[in-house]
Write a protein that binds this ligand. Structure first.
Ligand SMILES: [Zn+2]
Length: 137
């Protein structure tokens, strides 16, 4: 029902774990590979996500994101967007290039791209604790 479409129409199992059928919920949240990526990024950024389905999480984040005065909410929305994006990229890399990266490689790439984004955003004033987490001087 929530299966994704493949152009080759063959194997519809998830490319990240190769075990379960690929749905949005599976790919981004319940896949054992994606869960490891989330765990990595949560540990590294000291953030926490509610255990929700894909659609409620998107809704939850957009509601939260409306409070743009809160730096933590903005960072939370950035983390969600980047992590989902990188999981999607990793899935496509495996399908179209037959290449795969480890959880820590993907997790580190997410962290670095977010760090660059936070550093280049001069409008954000971060607390010392937040700077320490992101290794921003
Ligand atoms: Zn999977």
């Amino acid at each position: 029902m929530d299966r994704m479409h493949y152009t080759n129409g063959e194997d519809t199992n998830c490319r990240l774990c190769t075990r379960d059928p690929e749905t949005h919920d599976h790919l981004f949240f319940t896949c054992r590979y994606s869960l490891q990526v989330w765990k990595y990024i949560q540990a590294k950024t000291h953030s926490r996500w509610p255990n929700l389905s894909w659609f409620s999480l998107v809704e939850w984040t957009s509601r939260r994101y409306q409070d743009t005065k809160s730096i933590n909410n903005r960072i939370g929305a950035l983390i969600l967007a980047a992590t989902v994006y990188y999981i999607w990229q990793e899935r496509n890399r495996r399908i179209f290039q037959q290449l795969s990266q480890s959880v820590s490689t993907v997790g580190e790439a997410i962290f670095q791209v977010l760090r660059d984004q936070l550093m280049s955003n001069n409008g954000l004033s971060m607390a010392d604790g937040t700077r320490a987490i992101w290794n921003i001087p």
